[in-house]
Design a protein around this ligand. Structure first.
Ligand SMILES: [Zn+2]
Length: 723
């Protein structure tokens, strides 16, 4: 429950902040006025003297070199502890997060006017240094503005500004002004700050992030193992601590995540991010030993993450916004804005979801798309209906024959062709998911392997009935989704794998015209999809009362892990129900669950999730769309019936919504899940709090918690910890 409460608190703070910023913009009220601090979590009465100490501490904590000297032993020990050639610190961002963020930024145009002078061609004159500071300011400004407009989309101007830090008084000046005033030599950092007209020189508690411009950060600051050198890291830590201390003294109401701060390191070509996280209240404020105390805090109470140092500016001095170096800086900036403004109006997932259609549009433009597997089904059917190449099956007797012929039986061999290969599959089992038959089949050449095999409807059926649309989703649309997953490199043992797709090869001579289309054989052109792994559906397990409580926790974990992976590529499932989750068993490993049935997946706003009165999320029933927690909500309904909960007979959307309203408000779903496990109950609470909101699911926390519970129940057995 703690995580839940903490999260709720964070969300609340975030909302307060959006409101506050709006107020600031409207009335010119400063965010640091007394009234704003009234909601702060710090207890002001007891911490009076401590706060005075902290203030004095901060006043004396002014020399980064002295801190660096104190950190020598610590730095030496962590460097020697880490394996050679392996970084001593974690990275602040995982590659997959950056990839998703990159997709989300696709539609955003960042601009940068002032070019970064290139050190290779330029001498180290004052003019070059001045231009470099202007270019950094411009970069930070363009980055923050682009992010603010795309994600937060607030009316009015961006509430942040950029300025340079002057080391003599630790105050901020616009780079242009500082240069004009002859302060260039004393500039030591560039900050992104919350705009506050009452404090034109900036306030330390208004700093979102700081950027340190240091020469040759890549070549001279990294040692031979690719580690950041202590001199650069020590300086970054010094600024990070100052920012954290200033925040703790501030009257502003920070979100919980404000105990982390990002320091950007840049030179004229490269850049990277240092993230420092920790509770500065754990620092001993001995005002006579400020650097020792700070070093002690770094050693014992902080978490430090350091990114790789990568290229940002090209040789012309333009920022390559899509490069990993620039992406890391932008992603840090994104997190900093979240600290001050709360979660954005549009999530990264939302914006990244546009990547798929954009890619599709490009493929179509370049005629790369496979017209059979891609695109909208209705369009395809309409197109076929006017195509002169289609030989329509008009003879009624032939149609009856079609239906009979397409009933594949155990023992039949079905041949499949792609553009460049043919493969035979031996049907070993006929299954049914209440809609259509599908099959377990083995390749003729590899009889020990098993796959699911789905057969689509014959393409010449001109008036697609409802069942045929379902079949189209199951075969053609699912082929498209699994292909996209493959292209995006999504890999998870909890997701199905596309093994093969193509069209059936029918017996006899194929008479199809050379221009394409199909001959008049009733099987001609029928699409086939082959996936792995195979397993028993949860629906079947429930019907035979073989779905236990441990299964429920594992199933929740595995499905959530699949959703997390898919979400990272902007794909949502949209059709979670017991028929679409299978339990995979093998002799040597723990059984695990795989989320199948991706034909109804949501790639963008135009896609509609399936409507299922029992399993669709409330938002899907109301809006015909998914919110970020919708799949998780469907998962909860599935777990609810798996744990013995009974779904009522529902015959209308109104009835379905009414049932959801009643059951959630009385916490009957949580109660039922609580009988199986407390973590499932807590998960249901979390999902309930998130439903219908634009806030993203925190998959990591729940995967960790569920994993812990699986660990407890069958300790010693194999657990997949890959996520
Ligand atoms: Zn044919």
């Amino acid at each position: 429950m703690n995580e839940l409460l903490r999260w709720t608190g964070l969300r609340w703070t975030g909302l307060r902040w959006i409101g506050l910023l709006a107020l600031t913009a409207m009335e010119g009220v400063s965010p640091d006025q007394e009234s704003v601090g009234s909601g702060t979590k710090r207890s002001s009465a007891s911490s009076g003297s401590r706060s005075r100490n902290c203030k004095e501490f901060l006043h004396r904590f002014v020399d980064s070199g002295m801190l660096t000297a104190q950190l020598e032993d610590w730095f030496e020990s962590i460097s020697s502890e880490s394996e050679p050639k392996k970084p001593a610190f974690d990275v602040p961002f995982e590659m997959i997060e950056l990839q998703k963020f990159d997709y989300a930024l696709e539609g955003i145009s960042f601009q940068q006017v002032i070019r970064m002078p290139n050190s290779v061609y330029a001498s180290t004159s004052d003019a070059v240094e001045a231009t470099a500071y202007l270019a950094i300011e411009d970069f930070l400004h363009a980055g923050a503005k682009g992010l603010w407009e795309a994600f937060w989309n607030q009316d009015g101007p961006m509430p942040f500004s950029v300025a340079c830090l002057y080391n003599e008084n630790l105050k901020f000046y616009q780079a242009e002004k500082a240069v004009a005033d002859g302060k260039l030599g004393g500039l030591c950092a560039t900050g992104l700050l919350l705009t506050n007209p009452r404090h034109p020189r900036g306030r330390w508690d208004h700093i979102l992030e700081l950027s340190l411009l240091r020469p040759d950060i890549r070549n001279f600051s990294m040692d031979s193992d690719g580690q950041l050198s202590l001199s650069v890291l020590g300086e970054a830590l010094f600024y990070a601590i100052r920012v954290l201390l200033s925040r703790s003294l501030s009257r502003m109401n920070y979100s919980q995540s404000s105990n982390s701060v990002f320091i950007l390191l840049v030179d004229s070509q490269y850049g990277g991010v240092v993230k420092v996280e920790g509770d500065v209240n754990k620092m001993v404020f001995d005002v006579n030993n400020v650097y020792e105390c700070a070093a002690e805090w770094i050693t014992n109470h902080s978490r430090i993450a350091v990114s790789s140092i990568d290229r940002i500016w090209n040789k012309l001095g333009n920022a390559n916004w899509g490069d990993i170096g620039a992406l890391q800086l932008l992603f840090a900036t994104f997190h900093c804005i979240v600290q001050f403004a709360g979660f954005p109006k549009h999530s990264i997932e939302d914006l990244a979801a546009d990547h798929g259609p954009r890619l599709q549009a490009r493929r179509t433009e370049r005629q790369l798309g496979n017209s059979r597997a891609n695109g909208n089904g209705l369009y395809r059917f309409q197109q076929r209906s006017v195509s002169p190449e289609i030989v329509e099956v008009q003879d009624d007797s032939a149609k009856i024959e079609t239906e009979q012929l397409m009933k594949l039986e155990v023992g039949s061999v079905l041949w499949l062709e792609d553009s460049n290969w043919q493969k035979g599959y031996h049907i070993s089992q006929v299954l049914n998911n209440n809609e259509h038959p599908y099959y377990i089949a083995s390749p003729v050449e590899e009889p020990q392997k098993n796959f699911f095999l789905y057969v689509g409807s014959h393409p010449s059926q001109l008036e697609p009935a409802w069942e045929d649309m379902n079949l189209w989703y199951q075969v053609q649309r699912q082929t498209k989704i699994l292909t996209i997953m493959k292209q995006k490199g999504l890999s998870s043992k909890y997701l199905p794998q596309l093994s093969a797709s193509g069209r059936i090869i029918h017996p006899g001579q194929c008479q199809k015209p050379s221009s394409g289309g199909n001959c008049d054989h009733p099987w001609c052109g029928t699409p086939i999809l082959v996936t792995s792994p195979v397993g028993e559906t949860v629906a079947h397990m429930i019907s035979e009362a073989r779905f236990g409580m441990e299964d429920a926790i594992r199933c929740c974990h595995d499905c959530l892990s699949a959703l997390s992976t898919a979400t990272s590529a902007g794909i949502r499932h949209g059709d979670i129900r017991p028929e679409n989750v299978i339990c995979v068993r093998s002799a040597e490993k723990q059984p695990y669950f795989v989320l199948i049935g991706w034909g109804r997946a949501i790639l963008d706003d135009r896609d509609r999730p399936s409507m299922n009165l029992h399993f669709s999320s409330t938002y899907a029933l109301q809006e015909g769309k998914l919110c970020s927690a919708s799949d998780a909500e469907s998962l909860v309904y599935m777990l609810y019936i798996s744990c013995g909960g009974v779904l009522p007979d529902l015959d209308s959307v109104e009835g379905a919504l009414q049932w959801r309203e009643t059951y959630w408000s009385r916490r009957l779903i949580q109660q039922k899940l609580g009988e199986a496990s407390t973590v499932l109950k807590a998960f249901a609470d979390y999902v309930d709090s998130l439903c219908g909101t634009p806030y993203p699911m925190d998959y990591d926390i729940w995967l960790r918690r569920l994993r812990r519970n699986i660990n407890e129940e069958d300790s010693g057995k194999e657990i997949d910890t890959s996520g």
